[in-house]
Write a protein that binds this ligand. Structure first.
Ligand SMILES: Cc1ncc(COP(=O)(O)O)c(C=O)c1O
Length: 302
């Protein structure tokens, strides 16, 4: 038997080895042809990168303090190194403090603020479900357009330019549309307003609506260009790290932000947190994590 196996194996091995040789020759030929066509490396790559120092006064990116800048030159860790896991846990604890929440599902998504928005919508909503957008400027419209691309039914409750939507108006819209989720941009960087959301969680819970908050940006002080009566809505800075935000107390189900604004870190991470209620809809009846795009028709258990 052993001899038979060896006999079979030898020709198999010989065959796969010659196939390997043929493939290698093919690749060599291909890469030679490719190298003759290669676009030459641009001269700029031969120069050291020069970045002039800048003072950044916009909503973001913002200047990094030395302590943050220093971490950029530290050694990279592997994603399974215990030291890296500790960094992840420490970051989570810091973010829980930042968002004022006890939610364990608090982390950083890789990507900028937009990826936070996508992460929230893709995980909490299914094609055909509905999204109410509280729109006070560009970011409410961006949420609406993302919702439409995802095949959601979108509703809008909108404020005139530079104003906020009152809690009463929002509650009425929730009552009317009973949406699966509601999007609110707390610091609307396109107009400079801070949208209040305290008092909305009751209406949301009544209709099983998940409350999603964008706390990405900060705004410059626009009070000088708006009428005095609206000044209470304007702050020099708005949103996470600058403007009070209490996820648990205000009953927010998902909040996301971005690191390059008030948090004074480089761009590329979107801190995000999900409440227990929000996590509940991410599992199917068999307690399997629902993967976006594969779960239409699943009955919600909220
Ligand atoms: C309120 C708000 N939300 C979301 C974003 C998107 O963030 P990013 O540019 O990091 O993708 C911005 C960016 O300015 C913003 O101001």
């Amino acid at each position: 038997m052993a001899a038979r196996i060896t006999l079979i194996r030898v020709p198999l091995f010989a065959r796969s080895f010659s196939a390997f040789q043929a493939k290698t020759a093919q690749y060599q030929e291909k890469s030679e042809t490719m190298s003759s066509n290669l676009i030459p490396p641009p001269d700029v790559l031969k120069e050291p990168i020069k970045i002039p120092p800048r003072q950044l006064f916009g909503p973001g990116p913002s200047n990094m303090p030395d302590a943050v800048a220093h971490t950029q030159s530290m050694s990279l860790l592997g994603h399974l190194h215990p030291e890296f896991l500790k960094v992840m846990h420490d970051v989570r604890d810091g973010l829980k403090y930042l968002f004022q929440t006890t939610n364990d599902f608090t982390m950083c998504a890789s990507g900028t603020g937009h990826s936070g928005m996508e992460c929230a919508f893709l995980n909490l909503l299914e094609r055909g479900e509905s999204l109410l957008c509280v729109t006070t400027g560009l970011w409410g419209r961006r949420a609406e357009s993302l919702g439409q691309r995802l095949g959601l039914q979108t509703f809008v409750v909108e404020a005139p330019q530079g104003e906020v939507v009152s809690v009463e108006e929002i509650s009425k819209a929730i009552e009317q549309h009973k949406p699966t989720a509601m999007f609110v941009c707390i610091g609307e960087s396109s107009t400079g307003i801070v949208q209040p959301i305290q008092g909305l969680s009751e209406a949301c819970k009544k209709h099983n609506t998940l409350l999603i908050a964008d706390t990405v940006s900060r705004s410059s002080n626009k009070s000088d260009i708006f009428p005095k009566k609206k000044q209470s809505y304007f702050f020099q800075v708005a949103s996470i790290g600058a403007e009070p935000f209490k996820m648990d107390e205000w009953g927010v189900d998902c909040v996301y932000s971005a690191t390059q604004k008030v948090l004074n870190a480089p761009p590329g991470l979107a801190p995000i947190s999900f409440s227990k209620r929000a996590m509940f809809v991410q599992f199917d009846e068999s307690d399997n994590l629902r993967i976006s795009g594969t779960r239409s028709g699943i009955v919600r258990r909220r």
